[in-house]
Design a protein around this ligand. Structure first.
Ligand code: ATP
Length: 256
């Protein structure tokens, strides 16, 4: 495997909260245009890992490379600029804004004029604004919720809000899309639809890293995965390898 095929390479991440070692020497490599899963029992360190790689928590140590370039996860906006977009376990939309406006805000992150420019704007900025709107509409259609573009976000059904979050993250044209429990609270039909959407996104050239509690979904969806347990890597590899790992079977599934 050459470095050109790797989208995300994380080495030796450690993170403690006081005396609690939430992450111990966690390393993983995500290949380009693949879907990579992160699972583990409650408290295993999944969210901490996501928060570290996306700049929310400062790691005690670790090396971070995205698409061949080192990045320092010192702040959320720096990480976003490097090319990682994320969604959150608890949906974080602008509830009073429409679906379209939510995606437009995501898009503003990567345009010259910015939000203020669009309010006090010149002709060029107005043109940019029209482009942003068109692209936002395209993304809503892409995730399958174009017909709800003028709905206020908080009035959308839960599964649709999750799709909207994905559209907003995609609006930054990320290299890597990091999804924190995107299937939480979904029924089996919604989960199946979500699986199809995530496959489409990775087939279209955006690499995905996903945390999920639903082991079956991860096993079916992901090309490779890491199982964390008490902040350490229990097993890593393709789902078929993980499925047959004794440590995984006893330490993870054994408790269910
Ligand atoms: N900000 C924090 N301060 C102190 N301890 C924390 C903090 N965040 C996480 N922890 C601790 O770190 C450990 C790992 O938690 P984390 O939330 O990363 O696990 P998780 O695998 O995401 O769990 P879940 O599946 O329940 O979301 C837990 O023991 C948790 O209590």
């Amino acid at each position: 495997m050459t470095q050109e095929n790797i989208m995300l390479s994380i080495k030796g991440v450690n993170k403690s909260f006081g005396g609690l070692k939430a992450l111990q020497n966690v390393s993983l490599e995500v290949k380009k245009d693949t879907i990579y899963g992160l699972i583990g029992p409650n408290g295993a360190g999944k969210t901490t890992f996501f928060n570290v790689i996306t700049g929310l928590y400062e790691p005690d140590s670790g090396e971070f490379v995205l698409n061949g370039a080192h990045y320092e996860p010192t702040a959320v906006h720096e990480v976003a600029k490097s090319g990682i977009a994320r969604t959150f376990q608890n949906i974080r939309l602008f509830g009073n804004m429409t679906a379209l406006e939510n995606v437009m805000v995501g898009r503003h992150v990567r345009t010259k004029g910015g939000v203020l420019g669009s309010i006090f704007g010149s002709k060029a900025v107005k043109k940019e604004e029209a482009d942003i709107k068109a692209r936002a509409m395209e993304l809503l259609n892409y995730v399958g919720i174009g017909q709800y573009h003028d709905y206020v976000a908080r009035n959308l059904a839960y599964g649709l809000q999750r799709r909207l979050e994905i559209a907003r993250a995609l609006a930054t044209d990320p290299k890597l899309l990091a999804l924190d429990e995107p299937a939480a609270g979904m029924n089996s039909t919604e989960k199946l639809d979500l699986t199809k959407l995530l496959r489409k996104i990775s087939d279209d050239g955006t690499t995905i890293l996903i945390i999920e509690h639903d082991v079956k979904l991860i096993m079916e969806l992901c090309d490779e995965m890491t199982v964390l347990n008490y902040g350490e890597i229990l097993v890593q590899g393709k789902p078929d390898h993980v499925r047959h790992d004794e440590g995984f079977i006893s330490a993870y599934l054994g408790g269910h």
